[in-house]
Structures are given as structure tokens and as C-alpha cells.
Write a protein that binds this ligand. Structure first.
Ligand code: UGB
Length: 616
């Protein structure tokens, strides 16, 4: 009360709201008026931010927190009344007719899509000092995740426009009949013009932990070729921490004039998109799909065209991408939940909840592999494709609020106090939880080698992953790209590729395939890649192949060493013959060796470029 005189009417309103919500402890140790008044005003600025960024404001946050904390104390199962079972979804096999058809459909639809990258997480499990988007996805080309994503979206944009405008028919002709490069480039330009929405929007959700460094990464790299206006950043705010079961907000240990805050989770993306106004702008522009994805999956865009094709052909309101999941792997399980009252939903059950849910519903062994060697529940890779129209309709009802959860670490079994403050959290894949039963919710299972290789674990923890389960480390993320590219060239192009050798990096046993990399523009789909390979090609295990250009055609190439091909956009290049040299070698590095940059030592090797053939 003594401090009321220094506050504005709005600040007094906020103070009253806090007191009425049982938060008077926040003011208990405040100084007399005239002392630290600036800090007090700063406190209200923070409260105003916390209040404005949460659907329903702080009062609503505190009310929900009390309810969820009471449920947690009572040990209430969030899936009470629900029985889990294995759902059925679309299972795709790379390269078969079904897959190729979905890819073509997906490419056609890509020009009606928007991409939303959630990148507000710091990646505590990875322990990397920078932002994860800046990490190299692989070190042969040195492409960081953000560059890989942006170049993939640009390649999709290009492929989609070409397909829709008919330019693709020219490229599909036998090579001898392709017009000369000058002609085809000029056709591309005219055709790409009017009528084709040739800028796929990209939204990146950041947080205070990642925002400035994401902007810096974009700006210092000329947006990796994207138009700056094509990219929008939305910053998520953290939420207030809670000290006890009464949801008393925690005072920041560093300042009595600040409320302690922590991240609220990737589920924030929905309310941020809703309040940004972008959804309606996109809808009015005729766009149809919103694709959500995460910060470190170097394989993802190999799966996007087919998955989007599935969404489009099945008219799914929600389509989640999934891969076969090893029991206890730290990815959620897609599960069908049937309630005693008959309601059903297909939803992600997070990895820490799947095992207890199964045990509580008549599966005494919990989360275990079945006869296939995998969990019967497909693994959620958190790549969601939402149909824009129904998405807007739903968010208009919910404001983008997602069902939250709380995960307090109690001091003891009385569950009366916490080891450290907690907060409410939410996950983007919980979006379908509020949908009506009429909503079309499906999922698409792809091979893990094609679709999923995240970088989440530091080397020490990765080395402790049970044998046979994926490591999810920087090393496995990079090796997975080489494996996928090798398998794609084998399957799509009939290239003879030597089998991998086994090697151990930072305590993790890896299959090392030839280091084959290409720019996304070279080939995003099975058919596109197939079209670019002819004759009898072979690549030895110790080889490195780098393709940096669009119309590069491999014909009767025999590679044993390193070959780098660079070409400008409209050049058509034929690559063939025997290439043999000392090549590039993987040199082992220990993750504890701090003389080596973090990005390198955490993957356990660096590339020593001994000899190569480079052609421009
Ligand atoms: N993220 C944010 O943008 N903001 C936040 O507040 C938190 C995270 P993690 P997690 O596919 O591999 C998810 O930490 O949450 C971003 C699914 O829940 O890497 O443990 C962050 O930057 C799980 O079901 O993953 O697990 C990153 O891009 C499973 O699918 C993304 O959110 C798993 O991912 C994910 O954050 C997976």
C-alpha cells in the first residue's frame, strides 16, 4: 500500500490482480517509496508482459496451475478413463509407386504451404553453447540446420512452381531434347512469374534464449538466399515459476523485483501464430497447409513432400509424421486413446508417460518392443501438418491455448514442497486434444533412416543410450545424412554403393557410409533424383561426393576418392568417368579435447581434406 503512490493506474490494476490471486508475498520485502522505485516499475513491466502473453492472463495461469498442481499431488493420471491401443495410419515405403505418387502430390501442394520452425529451446540435453540452428547438420559441406531448412524450402518452392506451371515437362524430356541452358532458364523465369505463389513463408519461433542469435545467423548469411520479407520471427515469452502447491509465484533469486520465469514449451507456437494475425493473411492469400518442424532434424525435408501428399489426398486436418520407435526412446508414441464413455482420439503420449500409462492399463511390462524389434506405437517426430482452414476455426475458439501439464520435482512423498520452482508447460503436438470428434486426425509413418535424425544428446549421454536405440547425437545426426543419401542413390538411381564400415566416435558405434551430400535444389524427391542418374555409377565407401547445383547429371560415374561439383543455377552439367584420388578422411577427435571447437569435438571427428577433384 505504501508504494501505491509511485504507480500508474494500470500498474495499480496489476497489483490488485496479483493480490486477489493470492500473490501478496511478491510485495512483502519491497523497500519504502523513494527507494528502488525504478526496479518496482520494472517489476510491473514484467508482470504486464507475463499477463499479456498468456491466453486469459496471469489470473488464468494461476488458476490452471492450482488445478494441475492439485491433480499432480493427488497422483491423478492425465489419461484417467482412457485405454491405449495401437492406431492405424498411412505407412509409406520409400520409392514405391504409392510413395512416388504422394511425393508428386506433395510437391504440387507445397506452394500452398507455410513452414513454422519451433526454435525457442536451448537444448539442455545437448549442452551446446550456441543456438542449435547454427550447428552444422553435416561437416562435409558444413551446412548448418537453418541453412539446410531454408534451402530445402526454396527448393520446394521452385519444384512446386515448376510442376504447376508445366516447366517440369521440359525437364522431364530426355536430355538430348532439353533446350539449351539459356532457353530453359528464360522459360523458367517467365513460367515462375505471375500466378504462382513462389514465396513459401517461413516463421521461426524463438525465445529470449535464441532470438538475437537467430537474427544474427540470418542476417550474417543474407537469409541463406531467402527474401528477408519471407521470414518472420515470433518470440515466445517465458512463464512465471511456481513455488508451491498454492501456485505462489516464485521471486527470482537474483532480484526481489522480478518473478522467476522458465520456458513454457513448444506449444506456445499456436497462441503466438494466432495473435500474430498471420493465419488470416495466409488464408486470404489462398494458402492451405501449415507445417511445423523442429530445430535439428537434417533428414526432415526428405520426408516432407510425401507427407504433404498424404495430407492433401486424405484431407487430413492434422497429420503427424512418425517413424518406427524403439521402446523407451525419448520420442513420444502416437497412441489411440479410447475413453470409457466411447470418445477416442489419436494423440502423442509423451515418452515419460507412455510406460506408466501402459502399466496402468493391463500391460505389466510397460513400454517394450514387440516381435518387430520396435515399440508397437509409432514414434512422434513432431512434424505436424495442419490444414489451415480448420486450424483457424479451432484457434478462434481456443485462442491457441494448448492443454498444459506440470511436472514438479517434490522434496518427499508428502508432495507438499518442491525441490526447485516449477511451471506450467505445453507441447505443440497436444493441439488435437481440443478438436471435435469430427476432425480428421491421422499420421504417416516413414522409415527412420529417411525422415528422422535429431541432434539432442551430448556425447557422454549418447554413449549411454541402450545398444540398438538411436543416439540422437551430433555424430549420429551427421552419419544419418550420409546413410540416407547413400540409400537414396542406391534405390532411386541404382548406384552401386559400398556397404558401410563400423567405427566408434565418442563411445558411439556408427555405420560410416560414403559422405554423399547435395544441395536440396539438386533433388528433393525420388523421381527428381532418379532423373539425374543414368548408366552404371559406383561410389566406394571411402568416397566423398558433393553436389552443389541443380542440373547436375551423373552418368557412368565411378568414384573412389572425393569429387566436388559446383554449378551455377542454369547450367546443365554431365558428370561421368573414373575419379580416383586420396580423398577426404575422417580424423577422430575426443569430445573432451577442448582445444578443438565445440561443434567438431561433440561429433567425434573432423574431415581432413587430403585430395579432391573439384569442378566448377
Ligand atoms: N522448443 C521451443 O521452441 N520452445 C520451448 O519452450 C521448448 C522447445 P526438444 P522434446 O521429435 O524428437 C519433442 O527439447 O520437447 C523447441 C516432442 O515433445 O528438442 O523433449 C525446440 O527448440 C516429443 O514427442 O524436444 O520432445 C525444438 O525445436 C518428440 O517428438 C523443439 O521445440 C521429440 O520432440 C523440441 O524440443 C522429437
Amino acid at each position: 500500500h505504501k508504494n501505491l503512490s509511485i504507480l500508474s493506474p494500470d500498474q495499480i490494476k496489476l497489483a490488485r490482480m496479483l493480490v486477489e490471486a493470492g500473490q501478496s508475498h511478491l510485495f512483502q520485502s519491497w523497500a519504502e517509496p523513494g527507494v528502488e522505485d525504478e526496479e518496482k516499475r520494472g517489476f510491473f513491466e514484467q508482470v504486464a508482459r507475463l499477463n499479456a502473453s498468456y491466453p486469459g492472463g496471469l489470473t488464468s495461469y494461476i488458476k490452471t496451475a492450482r488445478e494441475l498442481l492439485a491433480d499432480s499431488k493427488a497422483g491423478k493420471n492425465p489419461f484417467d478413463g482412457f485405454t491405449p491401443s495401437v492406431p492405424t495410419g498411412e505407412v509409406l515405403t520409400y520409392g514405391d509407386d504409392n510413395f512416388v505418387n504422394f511425393e508428386e502430390l506433395g510437391i504440387r501442394e507445397a506452394r500452398n504451404a507455410v513452414f513454422v520452425l519451433v526454435a525457442g529451446g536451448l537444448g539442455e540435453r545437448l549442452g551446446y553453447n550456441g543456438i542449435k540452428l547454427a550447428l552444422p547438420s553435416e561437416t562435409t559441406m558444413g551446412t548448418c540446420f537453418l541453412q539446410n531448412y531454408i534451402e530445402s524450402i526454396l527448393a520446394l518452392q521452385d519444384a512446386s512452381c515448376r510442376l504447376v506451371q508445366g516447366y517440369n515437362h521440359i525437364l522431364r524430356m530426355p536430355q538430348s531434347t532439353i533446350p539449351t541452358k539459356r532457353v530453359s532458364a528464360s522459360i523458367a523465369k517467365t513460367k515462375l512469374g505471375g500466378g504462382c505463389q513462389n514465396q513459401i513463408p517461413l516463421v521461426i519461433m524463438t525465445s529470449d534464449d535464441t532470438h538475437a542469435r537467430t537474427i544474427e545467423l540470418l542476417e550474417s548469411n543474407a537469409y541463406f538466399g531467402m527474401e528477408p520479407s519471407q521470414v518472420k520471427l515470433l518470440k515466445q515469452e517465458k512463464v512465471a515459476c511456481l513455488d508451491d502447491n498454492d501456485a505462489r509465484l516464485a521471486v527470482d533469486p537474483k532480484s526481489k523485483y522480478r518473478i522467476q520465469t522458465k520456458p513454457h514449451g513448444h506449444g506456445d507456437v499456436h497462441s503466438l501464430l494466432y495473435s500474430s494475425g498471420l493465419l488470416n493473411i495466409w488464408y486470404d492469400a489462398g494458402l492451405r497447409w501449415v507445417l511445423f518442424f523442429q530445430d535439428t532434424n537434417g533428414l526432415l525435408f526428405k520426408a516432407i513432400p510425401a507427407a504433404l501428399g498424404v495430407s492433401s489426398s486424405k484431407l487430413y486436418d492434422v497429420n503427424s509424421l512418425a517413424v518406427p520407435r524403439k521402446a523407451k526412446e525419448a520420442i513420444g508414441g502416437i497412441t489411440k486413446l479410447t475413453h470409457a464413455d466411447g470418445r477416442t482420439m489419436v494423440i502423442n503420449v509423451e515418452y515419460n508417460q507412455l510406460d506408466p500409462l501402459l502399466r496402468a492399463t493391463g500391460h505389466p511390462d510397460g513400454d517394450v518392443n514387440c516381435e518387430t524389434g520396435y515399440s508397437p506405437f509409432p514414434g512422434n517426430i513432431n512434424q505436424l501438418i495442419l490444414k489451415l482452414g480448420p486450424y483457424i476455426k479451432e484457434l478462434t475458439k481456443t485462442g491457441g491455448a494448448i492443454k498444459e501439464f506440470v511436472n514438479p520435482k517434490y522434496k518427499d512423498s508428502s508432495k507438499t514442497s518442491f525441490k526447485s520452482s516449477t511451471r506450467l508447460e505445453c507441447m505443440m503436438q497436444d493441439y488435437p486434444k481440443t478438436l471435435p470428434p469430427s476432425a480428421r486426425v491421422g499420421f504417416t509413418v516413414m522409415d527412420a533412416w529417411l525422415a528422422y535424425a535429431p541432434v539432442k544428446n551430448n556425447p557422454e549421454d549418447a554413449a549411454k543410450v541402450p545398444k540398438g536405440n538411436p543416439y540422437h547425437s551430433a555424430t549420429s545426426g551427421e552419419m544419418a545424412i550420409y546413410r540416407a543419401n547413400s540409400l537414396i542413390l542406391r534405390k532411386a538411381g541404382g548406384v552401386q554403393i559400398d556397404d558401410p564400415v563400423q567405427e566408434v566416435f565418442n563411445g558411439q558405434e556408427m555405420e560410416v557410409w560414403p559422405r554423399i551430400t547435395w544441395k536440396p535444389i539438386w533433388g528433393l524427391t525420388f523421381s527428381e533424383i532418379k532423373r539425374k542418374i543414368s548408366g552404371s555409377c559406383s561410389i566406394s565407401q571411402r568416397s566423398t561426393l558433393v553436389i552443389k547445383g541443380c542440373n547436375i547429371f551423373l552418368e557412368d560415374l565411378s568414384l573412389d576418392g572425393t569429387l566436388v561439383v559446383n554449378s551455377v543455377e542454369d547450367a546443365e552439367v554431365k558428370v561421368g568417368g573414373v575419379v580416383q584420388n586420396k580423398g577426404w578422411i575422417l580424423e577422430k577427435v575426443d569430445y573432451k579435447d577442448t582445444t578443438v571447437p565445440e561443434e567438431v569435438r561433440t561429433r567425434g571427428f573432423r574431415i581432413k581434406k587430403v585430395e579432391q577433384l573439384e569442378k566448377n
